[in-house]
Write a protein that binds this ligand. Structure first.
Ligand code: GDP
Ligand code: IMO
Ligand code: MG
Length: 445
């Protein structure tokens, strides 16, 4: 076991961070906070639809496809097999990271990770257009079409870049297939040929060839050797392809179960699972949102929370905390801890409503329903919590610790813990790495 990790009282070798809502809960910040103690930081699903912000002093990292581990030099940052990788956009991100003092020296990419191709992005746009009023509101990064091809067994994997003959043969078969699909969908034309795409992909090999390996072996070896592994979720439970608000979801398995398939580790290797829960709720794109605020009320919360997308710049829809969602997320993922973020954004509200059930046709429902029609009728049943005022010096509060928080905020936290029956072990009251109160150094005990 890593000595530093041991000193901090961490005794479980693996830990996961999973978004408990519709993404943007502050997973990047919490991953960065916890990965001080990690040797490997692993992304296991999603792609550069993610936007994870990490603030270290006056530096701001905005990560999309790269694991947050690249912010701290000396860590191994792993892109697992369940991730879809955009090689065209990776370089910009790498440049930003290196400029800010991060490092990609320890970057490893699974030979089984699927590649996002130019035509996937075009198809994402065409599919959205085709859906008309049923638009999902995707990030248009080509995520859905790439996962579609993976399931249809016509995807390119990072490992293909290392095998010239395989690559050329696959291109000859797949490119015409995709061109036909694009014509059918009325997508923007793709002018590439087998030869031009081959050349481009050889360029990708030159860029990342040395990082490509069997990352499942790497991760499992690390665990066998008592190293500490942190799994970094992207998106959130409510965007999960199975357990989210289908069809208003992303195309990957965002719950903790996705770690096993997306990183190649067995379920019994997963230890602590931290649910990252924002103190209120946001979502980007279309789909049901029971506690959503409207008009001025929403605009105020959006402004206070700086709720604008890291990837698309879109304004995030905002609403109150929804514990029906929280219960769903906990049940799907088996949270052992909660990291509660952005509590500071709720400063200065007189009252703070928290949703504890849905009223659907006069019947109270405590479990999140699958039916979008039902969700459309659901009215939030609120418990009104007392707000807190007079927030002053975050640094001083962090220094003094949990007891220094306003009593109403502690009551808010206690209510969440009691409702979900999971301890809130991390309290985040600002975007910076240091704006964090750790209530339990033995988090992974
Ligand atoms: P992620 O996708 O889950 O990593 O979250 P994003 O980075 O998309 O969005 C979270 C935003 O909130 C970022 O701008 C973070 O810097 C910021 N943030 C994270 N935690 C806190 C917090 O406790 N308080 C405040 N005010 N901002 C936070
Ligand atoms: P992080 O990791 C918030 C949303 C999109 C859209 C839906 C499908 O930063 O929390 P996609 O492009 O994945 O096919 O879009 O999912 N979405 C996110 N919303 N945070 C994210 O990532 C998201 N990634 C995708 O807005 O509604
Ligand atoms: Mg985000």
């Amino acid at each position: 076991m890593n000595k530093e990790w041991e000193r901090l009282g961490v005794i479980l070798p693996s830990l996961a961070i999973i978004g408990a809502q519709w993404g943007d809960e502050g997973k990047g910040k919490i991953t960065d906070y916890l990965d001080e103690k990690a040797d490997l930081i692993v992304r296991f699903q999603g792609g550069n639809n993610a936007g994870h912000t990490i603030v270290v002093g006056d530096k701001v990292f905005k990560l999309h496809g790269l694991p947050s581990g690249v912010v701290r030099p000396g860590k191994e940052a792993v892109i697992g097999n369940g991730v879809v990788l955009n090689m065209d956009e990776l370089q910009d991100e790498i440049d930003q990271v290196v400029k800010n003092g991060g490092s990609i020296e320890g970057l490893k990419i699974s030979d089984r990770a699927h590649l996002i191709m130019g035509y996937h992005k075009k198809l994402d746009g065409a599919e959205e257009k085709y859906r008309g009023k049923n638009i999902v509101g995707t990030t248009k990064k080509g995520i859905g079409p790439t996962y579609q091809d993976k399931i249809a067994r016509i995807g390119f994997r990072a490992g293909d870049l290392l095998e010239d003959d395989v690559l050329k043969e696959k291109l000859k078969f797949i490119l015409p297939y995709k061109k036909d699909t694009m014509d059918m969908m009325g997508a923007e034309k793709c002018n590439c040929t087998v030869d031009s795409l081959y050349e481009k992909m050889i360029g990708w090999r030159d860029q990342i060839g040395k990082c490509i390996c069997d990352t499942s072996v790497l991760i499992n070896d690390a665990l066998d050797n008592n190293k500490n592994v942190l799994f970094e979720g992207a998106q959130g439970v409510m965007l999960d392809i199975d357990h989210g608000t289908y069809p208003y979801v992303t195309s990957s398995a965002t719950c903790s179960g996705g770690i096993c398939t997306g990183a190649g580790v067995a379920p019994n290797r997963l230890n602590g699972i931290v649910g990252c829960l924002k103190a209120y709720t946001t979502r980007v794109g279309e789909g049901p949102f029971v506690t959503e605020l409207k008009g001025e009320e929403e605009a105020i919360l959006q402004k206070k929370g700086g709720e604008f997308g890291v990837t698309t710049g879109r304004g995030r829809r905002c609403g109150w905390l929804d514990l029906v969602v929280g219960e769903h997320a906990k049940r799907m993922c088996g949270f052992t801890s909660i990291a509660l973020t952005k509590l500071d954004v709720l400063n200065d509200y007189e009252n703070i409503p928290v949703c504890t059930a849905y009223d659907i046709n006069g019947k109270q429902e405590k479990h999140f329903p699958a039916s979008i029609a039902k969700l459309g009728k659901a009215k939030p049943v609120y418990r009104i919590m007392k707000g807190w005022k007079g927030w002053n010096d975050t640094d001083a509060i962090v220094k003094e610790g949990y007891d220094a928080l306003p009593s109403e905020m502690k009551e808010y936290i206690r209510f969440i813990e009691e409702y979900l029956n999971v301890p809130v072990d991390i309290v985040s009251i600002g975007a910076k790495r240091t704006d964090t109160i750790d209530r339990n150094m033995n988090l992974w005990n």
